[in-house]
Design a protein around this ligand. Structure first.
Ligand SMILES: *Cc1c(COP(=O)(O)O)cnc(C)c1O
Length: 460
């Protein structure tokens, strides 16, 4: 079968949301008004929105039917029992806590485990994970193998944790000071790269050896299962769901932002194996989110999530999902656009410093690409470079980020291949334009998380 055929969308469209086609002049003005920061654009002015894959997916007709039949009882709702049984089966864990988002689950667990003097070790902490840990007074260390940091090295499991560094950090800080080992699957901040079952099993053994808690931040565990089945020997004949179950069975706790592989627009989960810890978490859940049988969710949300957690493991869906992300990445690479390789599960990352060699790093080449994509094609995406992660030293000079990347995140079941082909066409304009493009300077920035609200102007 040819490649186009194998990623044909395994669904048909029953309801449509119209998109507005704007002119380049209109977008030029919209961008100027937004201070060249696409976070400040109105979504109605965006044609293809690749800002994030979080909470932006489309639900199925079965999920919408679940929305209508959701049970809104305060305690012991039917929809809660449905969700609880699906999550128990998936994780093999007895204590299931629903939350309104992934970060609410993180806040509860890391408030209890963290505190001054504590250390968390991870393949990579996602930014809300790190923020919750640091807010508790604890320290968060990312332990990636050096070769995985190279954007061009083709390795099957670039999301793995460095096992040598893991043992080294445990001995350096003392096992009594290690609050938990957190495995993020797929590794979101490292390009959505997968983690192998083998790596997870060794982490489990190390945690057993030192008596440490192993947390799985598994909001993309279904996408990770696809890579395990197709890249790791011994899993060719396992189902995606069984691979996920085998992986989650290794953890002591599981945190999920349901806005990703839960296939819903809002929701989160915290699940635990240990009764004592679960009781403490439930107490915090009740004061911050809601009663234990709904947490931060409506009955209808729990119903849709229970259904989404089954649909996400469908063979045809997962194949389409991973292949359609790779389709964009591979075609960009063939055009000569520098992309982070191999392509991960939920997004394609473009190396903007390479694409715009005439724009110095302190003039934000990533933001230039983000703005050019909007101006030329109404495409919205996000800079993951020095605007997001750069710092300014005392002399006002930029301390740059490790790389100047732009992320094109793919919402689940939202865009068709022709939308993606349109994105590829817009990149032809980018290739023509890139040597004339100018950099930016910041005219306003808030004291933290500046990329959300910073205002910029073009350097003349
Ligand atoms: C999105 C995400 C979170 C946070 O979840 P929210 O639902 O956005 O609060 C935590 N960890 C990872 C790996 C994520 O991708």
């Amino acid at each position: 079968m040819n490649r186009l055929r194998t990623l044909t969308e395994p669904f048909k469209i029953k309801m449509v949301e119209p998109l507005k086609l704007t002119t380049e002049e209109y977008r030029h003005n919209a961008l100027k008004t937004a201070g060249y920061n696409p976070f400040l654009l109105n979504s109605d002015d965006v044609f293809i929105d690749l800002l994030t894959d979080s909470g932006t997916g489309a639900m199925s007709d079965r999920q919408w039917a679940g929305i209508m039949s959701g049970d809104e009882s305060y305690a012991g709702a039917r929809s809660w029992r449905h969700l609880e049984s699906v999550v128990k089966e998936l994780t093999g864990m007895p204590y299931i806590l629903p939350t309104h988002q992934g970060r609410a689950a993180e806040k509860i667990l890391y408030t209890l485990l963290g505190g001054k003097g504590k250390v968390f070790l991870s393949n990579t902490h996602f930014d809300t994970t790190r923020a919750n840990i640091e807010y508790s007074g604890a320290m968060a260390l990312d332990l990636m193998p050096p070769e995985s940091r190279d954007p061009q090295v083709d390795l099957p499991f670039k999301g793995n944790i460095d096992l040598e560094q893991l043992v080294q950090q445990i001995t350096t800080h003392g096992k009594e000071n290690i609050a938990a080992v957190i495995m993020t699957v797929t590794n979101n901040s490292a390009g959505g790269q997968p983690v192998s079952m083998e790596n997870m099993k060794v982490v489990r053994n190390i945690c057993d050896q030192y008596g440490l808690l192993m947390v799985i931040d598994g909001c993309r565990v279904a996408e990770n299962s696809y890579f395990v089945k197709h890249r790791e020997p011994g899993f060719e004949n396992s189902s995606y769901e069984n691979i996920a179950k085998e992986m989650l069975a290794l953890g002591d706790a599981f945190i999920m932002s349901a806005k990703k592989d839960g296939l819903v627009n809002i929701g989160g989960l915290l699940t635990l194996r240990n009764e004592d810890l679960a009781m403490k978490c439930k107490n915090l859940l009740i004061i911050s989110e809601g009663f234990t049988t709904y947490g931060g969710l409506a009955g209808r949300d729990m119903e849709a999530l229970a259904i989404g957690l089954k649909e996400v493991f469908d063979d045809d869906y997962l194949h389409y999902r991973i292949r359609s992300t790779a389709y964009l990445g591979e075609h960009l690479k063939n055009k000569g656009i520098p992309v982070v390789w191999p392509i991960g599960g939920h997004a394609v990352y473009v190396d903007a410093a390479k694409l715009y060699p005439n724009i110095p790093v302190d003039q934000f080449p990533g933001q230039r690409l983000v703005c050019d994509l909007y101006q030329k094609g109404g495409i919205r995406c996000v800079e993951v470079g020095s605007l997001m992660f750069g710092k300014t030293d005392d002399a006002g000079k930029l301390i740059p980020a490790a790389a100047e990347l732009v992320r094109l995140a793919i919402p689940r079941r939202v865009y068709t291949q022709s939308h993606i082909d349109y994105v590829l066409d817009v990149f032809d304009d980018i290739l023509e334009l890139r040597t004339q493009s100018k950099g930016f300077r910041i005219v306003y920035e808030p004291p933290f998380l500046r990329h959300f609200t910073a205002l910029l102007e073009t350097v003349s």
